[in-house]
Design a binder for this molecule. Structure first.
Ligand SMILES: [Zn+2]
Length: 260
């Protein structure tokens, strides 16, 4: 069984495409989708998508791109969504220096989400672009004890990888994060211990430059299979062994209970 550890089902604007993915998932052996919100506006849709299908695990969070556009009571709203779904996580949250969103504000909003993750004991999905040392500093200082977290669509260096692994991170790769430089990416993936590896599509944002509207169901499964196949190559193990390991990691990340 496959798990997609990070995507945005709520951003698939064409409802028949979303329905088709959910329907075909069985044939492609996809058993779980971790659906991440990005701002208060999309939390109700994430909640709805998860309510409609048991395979969808909802994550509610504020993406750094939206950190400066929040209502004052956003964190109260966030806790409301999290408490209604005890199996939900926080995400996607993080830091991004490639966007012109006030960095101090991004950091503040990220800190608040870290605090909530710690207090409610929820897993956290982290987005990071060009802010590795900042993220590392924040986590070293403020990551609440025992908080499970994953770095989504990882594109850092080998050193950055070592730093985050030492903090207990799960590392999630997407087809998008890997297809740019295969040799280097395979080397990176090889250095993630098998019990810390997660795999995702970030659908419908599967291509670096191409967004949502063109996304369709074939693209979804192509991108999920693509990243699983790369992982099989990088790890040099049987497909079934890899799939079982990633499934177990997903369960451990989501529920805190090691699945082995
Ligand atoms: Zn995402």
């Amino acid at each position: 069984m496959l798990i997609d550890t990070h995507l945005h089902l709520q951003d698939i604007k064409e409802l028949p495409i979303r329905a088709s993915i959910m329907k075909l998932a069985q044939d492609f052996k996809v058993g779980q989708f971790v659906c991440n919100g990005t701002r208060p506006d999309d939390w109700p849709v994430v909640e709805e998508v998860a309510r409609a299908d048991r395979r969808v695990v909802p994550f509610f969070g504020v993406h750094p791109w939206y950190a400066d556009k929040l209502p004052t009571d956003w964190h109260v709203m966030l806790e409301g969504f999290l408490k209604r779904r005890p199996d939900s996580g926080i995400g996607e949250a993080g830091l991004d220096k490639a966007r012109h969103v006030d960095f101090a504000r991004q950091t503040e909003v990220f800190h608040q989400q870290l605090e909530i993750a710690g207090r409610l004991g929820r897993p956290l999905a982290i987005h990071c672009v060009r802010a590795w040392s900042d993220l590392l500093n924040v986590l070293r200082r403020s990551l609440p004890p025992k908080t499970r977290f994953m770095i989504h669509s990882f594109q850092g260096s080998q050193q950055v990888l070592r730093d985050f692994l030492s903090l207990g991170a799960y590392i999630s790769f997407s087809w998008k994060s890997l297809q740019r430089d295969t040799e280097e990416s395979i080397a990176l993936m090889r250095n993630v211990p098998l019990d810390r590896l997660l795999l995702e599509t970030d659908f419908p944002y599967t291509e670096p430059e191409q967004i949502g509207p063109d996304a369709h169901d074939e693209k979804y499964f192509e991108s999920l299979q693509g990243v699983y196949n790369l992982a099989v190559r990088a790890k040099g193990i049987e497909e079934g062994t890899l799939e079982k390991a990633v499934w177990a990691n997903g369960t451990a990340f989501l529920s805190g209970t090691p699945a082995r």
